[in-house]
Design a protein around this ligand. Structure first.
Ligand SMILES: O=C(O)CCC(=O)C(=O)O
Ligand SMILES: [Fe+2]
Length: 431
């Protein structure tokens, strides 16, 4: 059994990231030395002796975009099939999980992001403000979701998705510049710019979400009647009875992981700190609208890292409006082990039936035809199957180490195909 502990990752503020990634000859010697030690701390955090991630705080405009976008993840996930297809189509979003499966524990929508996209001119502060007002009323009660009004509800979905995605991409690019400079010979930044980025808005389902999902299509009429009541001013607290979902309706086979153990295989993964939501537990309420934001029940993000060498699982703690940047395996290869990816998963509090988790992730990947050449693997093979601790052995059976999946001179496309094949025994796309 691995020990468990909390990890408070290295935090750097956006203004320092900018200083580290730009040539600023005007810095005083004291400031220069502060920036140099911060750069050393970044390289330590992302390198073989660190956790393979860090946190960025103080990113301008980002908290508002995050607050607008993350609650939409749940709303999209719980729409009926037809409505969801329409919303996704209207905003040119796709999905990379089988949304037809009502027992799924993750829903996501995804979009390819291009660095040249620049939406700053398209989004005024007025449009952003109106998006906030659509989600919650002044008293803190959620406003009812009338899905006849999908256009209003999801009006800014596409633009907010892209704007936050591009902002997160920029964070990854600036961090890549810091690493390139510190290492001296790498081309992480250029590989990201020449590569592709995928934005993924993720809703991790609560157990009750899955009941709602099954009922959404069959109960549409009843649901409309209830949202009509809500429009007439009957708010959740006096609309719901205290009759809870009968225990037998809640799935007993819930996994204690919202996402399985894996390594990311791009260059960097940039994530928002997750948002937690608790829905009403009454069986007869208008469930979708009856939901409030909540802090994490255990004061951590439920993102967990496995430190194989120490046999410790760390729960990552990150301030609510910060971003996490994680190293992916392509960065291990491109930097010949100066940066190191860490095995991670998303754990799930199985005892809380009405808790969901929302997050937005941007995967920064090299171009598909980029040749990943490295013959040195300082990060790899520290643990062989035989001497690995028990949990690690179990994981390694499903997730072979990088040295097995990567062959010298592979292109990124070949590497990701091999990884997906070995993770899932198929050639479908990972995530
Ligand atoms: O949701 C999270 O915090 C982590 C997600 C993740 O690891 C992934 O999508 O690769
Ligand atoms: Fe991941």
């Amino acid at each position: 059994m691995a020990a468990r502990s909390i990890l408070e990752p290295l935090e750097i503020c956006f203004s320092d990231l900018q200083l580290m990634s730009s040539h600023s000859p005007q810095l005083s010697p004291a400031e220069l030395s502060r920036i140099e030690s911060l750069t050393a701390a970044v390289m330590q955090a992302l390198g073989p002796s660190g956790p393979g991630l860090l946190v960025i705080t103080g990113v301008p405009r980002a908290p508002g975009l995050r607050r607008d976008l993350l609650p939409l993840a749940r709303k999209i996930a719980l729409l009926g099939r037809k409505d969801r297809a329409r919303v996704l189509k209207d905003h040119s979003l796709g999905s990379d999980v089988p949304l037809k499966n009502p027992n799924r524990n993750v829903s996501s929508c995804a979009l390819q992001l291009t660095y040249s996209q620049n939406l700053n001119s398209q989004l005024s502060s007025t449009t952003l403000k109106s998006a906030v007002e659509n989600h919650y009323s002044g008293e803190g009660y959620p406003v009812n979701d009338c899905f006849d009004n999908l256009d209003v509800e999801f009006k800014n979905l596409g633009t907010t998705f892209k704007e936050l995605g591009l902002c997160m991409m920029e964070l990854g690019i600036q961090l890549a510049e810091v690493c390139d400079r510190a290492i001296g010979y790498t081309e992480l930044k250029q590989s990201i710019i020449d590569g592709s980025a995928k934005g993924r808005l993720i809703h991790y389902h609560s157990a009750i979400d899955n009941i709602i999902l099954k009922e959404t299509n069959t109960r549409k009429k009843e649901f409309k009647r209830k949202t009509q009541q809500a429009e007439n001013g009957i708010f959740p607290s006096n609309r719901c009875t205290m009759q809870r979902y009968p225990k037998e309706r809640i799935s007993k086979s819930i996994s204690n992981l919202w996402q399985q153990w894996h390594y990311d295989y791009g260059i960097f993964t940039v994530l928002t700190s997750p948002l937690f939501m608790v829905s009403c537990q009454a069986e007869d309420c208008s469930h979708i609208s009856c939901c409030q934001q909540s802090s994490s029940p255990d004061a951590h993000a439920y993102l967990q890292l496995f430190d194989i060498k120490k046999n410790i699982i760390y729960f990552v703690r990150s301030p609510p409006e910060s971003f996490i940047v994680q190293v992916g395996e392509a960065a291990d290869i491109l930097t010949r082990g100066k940066l190191c990816s860490t095995l991670h998963s998303v754990s799930r509090p199985t005892d809380i039936q009405n808790l969901s988790r929302e997050t937005f992730v941007v995967f920064l990947q090299p171009a598909w035809d980029k040749v990943l050449s490295s013959s040195e693997f300082p990060c790899l093979d520290e643990t062989s199957n035989q001497d690995a601790p028990e949990l690690m052995q179990e994981i390694l059976e499903k997730i072979p180490p990088l040295s097995i999946r990567y062959k010298k001179e592979m292109t990124f496309a070949e590497f990701s195909r091999e990884t997906t094949k070995q993770y899932y025994s198929s050639s479908g796309t990972h995530k």
